[in-house]
Design a protein around this ligand. Sequence first.
Ligand code: HEM
Length: 439
Amino acid sequence: MKTETEAIPTISSSNGLPILKELTKQRSLLAGLEAMHKELGNIFEISMPGFKPIVLSGPEVAREILVTQRFQFTWRNDGDPVTRLLRHGLLVEDGEFHDTLRGYMQPALQRSRTNNYLPVMLACTNRVLESWEDGSTKDMLVEMRKLALMILMEALFSVDIAPDLPRLWGSILKVLRYISPGLWLINSKFPRPGYRNSINKLDEYLYAIISERRQKGDDKEDMLADLINQESMDDDLIRDQMLTMLIAGHDTSTALLSWALYLLGRHPEVMKRARDEVDTVMGTDEPTLTKVNQLHFVEQIIKEALRLFPPIHVGNRITNVDQNLAGCPVPKGSRVMLSYYLTHRDEQHWEQAERFNPDRFDRQTNHERSSYSYLPFGGGPRNCIGAAFAQIESRVVLARILQDFDLNLISQSVTKHMGATLEPSPGVLMRLQKRDHVK
Ligand code: HEM
């Protein structure tokens, strides 16, 4: 533990070499961060001209940032593309307004209501699986994105996005690129041509949904109804929440599901165990909620995929007072990045941290670990509002895929890409073989 007077470690000529080596060897920014963590510890500064984020990791500091000292941090950063895109969306608001918005959206994502989305999740999954031909090869990153978008839009806004996907697809990808880390981090005025058209296209789509719902009156019980029923919510504010949900609620599930399938492809013995569990619990029947809740090994796989590849791998904040973090003074106005990725791979808290081992989440063996060492959904009052939704969705989708298909991984060199989420790049190609009962 550092003393309070110690300055924040940064790269210097004496410790820079191993970090540079890893960066060049693995050609990944994340590998660079891992090397810095190893050399410099749980707090370090990345010093670039115009961009000096402080990277933090570990359960103690996570608890401070997410819970005990949370009022000393804000999320909103007006120069940042995420804020420019989402305007006044829940994700980029702070204080009372954040809590009010969260209160409007929470009911539709409560665990009890989330369970009611099972039929929608199943229907969308079945539609996608029906389009997979026996013996075909598919990119799971694309397929899971399609599916996650369909589920999200149908469950929360009662909209079938499938017919509009061909014309919206390019805009969705472009908007995701717009908010991915890039040169704008160093210079917020960095020109970003072409994005306006894509944002306009999505806006047009969302405003049309709001307008149609207002005209028809409302007999639906979904998040859109909850938003429209709030007098204080005009169309612009509703658009901001819908776009927030569309982005935060689909890109994360896309990453999780494609990483989970990639890991299963890399570990056929784990895939076999998962398929055996699905066969034993569900047979060839459609999954019910009770059955889905019995898929303990599938759940362990999802948890382990989230540990190794947390889709949101970092929590970004700005400090609003001078303070001490991990034993170092951090001035007001600093950009801090709480790394869930580094925390999840810290050997101090995880045995053989780099190894894919779903059994570490086996409830029977009850592995001890310090709280806040596992944060795929963040923590505290700003944790993921869609966590329950995502958990049930991922189990249903994986179970249905394993129930109907044998999968073989084709992609050999898949790397971790820091886009809007941490995603497998360039994709996850798999060969799909229909199982006998669906042939
Ligand atoms: C595997 C899926 C998902 C993962 C891993 C994930 C992860 C996270 C994390 C880590 C945070 C906190 C970020 C921080 O600390 O700054 C967060 C916040 C959020 N998530 Fe998720 N998420 C997932 C799915 C979803 C879904 C399905 C929805 C919507 C239906 C959603 C909506 C949001 C929103 C709106 C916030 C901001 C909450 C607030 O600021 O109050 N997420 N998510």
